[in-house]
Design a protein. Sequence first.
Length: 555
Amino acid sequence: MAETLLKVEGLRTVLEGAGEPVRAVDGIEIDIRRGETFAIVGESGCGKSMTALSLLRLLPETGRIADGTVELSGVDLLGLPEAGRIESGSVRLEGKDLLALPESAMRDIRGRRIAMIFQEPATSLNPVLTIGHQIGEVLELLKKLQAERGMSMLLITHDLGIVSGMAHRVAVMYAGKIVEAAERSTFFSAPQHPYTKKLFASLPEALPPAVSRQVSAPPAPLLSVGDLKVHFPIRKGLFKRTVAHVRAVDGVSLEVAAGRTLALVGESGCGKTTVGKALLQLLRGQGAEIAGQVMFEGTDLMKLQGEALRARRRELQIVFQDPYSSLNPRMRVSDIVMEGMNTLGIGNTPATRSKRVDELLGQVGLSPEARGRYPHEFSGGQRQRIAIARALAVEPRLIVCDEPTSALDVSVQAQILDLLAKLQKELGLSYLFITHNLAVVDYLAHDVAVMYLGRIVETGTTKEVIGSPKHPYTQALLSAVPRIQPGAEPKLARPVIRLEGELPSPVNPPSGCHFHPRCPKAMPECSEKYPGVSTLSPTQKVRCWLYPSDEGAKE
């Protein structure tokens, strides 16, 4: 057994604010061996990050204010935690207790002996390069450094997929305490604590599909997108002349059927969020050059203006990725939910709209008492429920869900997915679901479109694309995704396919098939012309030179 590099015993950290002190870390004990990756998992607020900050003595330190209030956007700043202090315990690095060192000595430790990569949920991982692929590419570097330097790593996450590919040992944290710790194989094959079992039960992989896969015939499309292009001009010089374009969306065609969910999958920067905004006509007046067709029930939304477009917009809504920034912090929940109704003239009287707010809150699993509170008073999952209620308020038929669960803990994610599936069944909603989590795709989506550098490379039913991917890019995405099931070691469904190089720039995409510089199956013709559509079944289509094209090729 490797020697212990870092040993934590009886660590207790208290956060003090205007209210009662909060015991954020409550007597945890962990040891991290030289050269290993030790993971701490748990939901937001359980104390994971506060543990890491305590190890480096980076707790917030401010003076106390006796009384009064200071509000910013409805948030009482004096009600937030003001200071953190380590109440007891020890943190020994190679036998030296870091908690007993003066601050001047800790400055030599930080960065030199212990470094920290801080959390930034919007940019820390590429949504949909697939977690497995990202970990396989990076964290390989970390394993190499670990082997060369004997380096250890404390990995803090609520994503069990990351843990399955990286950790040697795992600890589960709940309410400031370690409730279970084990070697990785034991943790995944035989979880013991009820809370750990709950985390596994909340994984989309552990749940049966929320939607029926039975389709007697291809249903009619509610939304049909043809050759959609969104190019952002790059201007330089004194006269701001256009010198190039960012081809964010470069000829996308897709369909969303009535009452069904189409998952749009692709790595960060591929243009999938831009597709969602362009469908809703949210990019007008922002400098983008937009072309193509967006047909909604036979009406081309691209040609609508003014009141005609406003009238149609109530039928198409969006739920954004970040529940912390998508709600106006100055508005109460009732005003947030009612805003769309007021704007579009839905409901005859204020009393009618107020009653509708209560109905909507109940529909998304919130009590009527929530209507008088501000967004900061709710958890991330509750805020996303409010955002869904806001979208439902104008009685839409199609909702664009832009990574709506990526910022949420695994158990909260499961609740939101269940809610979306329930609402779809009750209201007959259609979803364009933008996501990086392929397990979510398998759980919620009927159909899948895979996007690479502004273009769709493969479409089909979820069963076809997830079960039998045809495009080399789709195969690579799926190859490194671990299948996590309670009571079993995580395993890969297919041999891992490593992609060479980085995602090319949408300013200067490769000629021919955009994927060919990274494709392990590339042929000479792949760099010459972009492949046409190959129809493999009534519902599965792919753009790849490996299959006979049924429409020829285009430059």
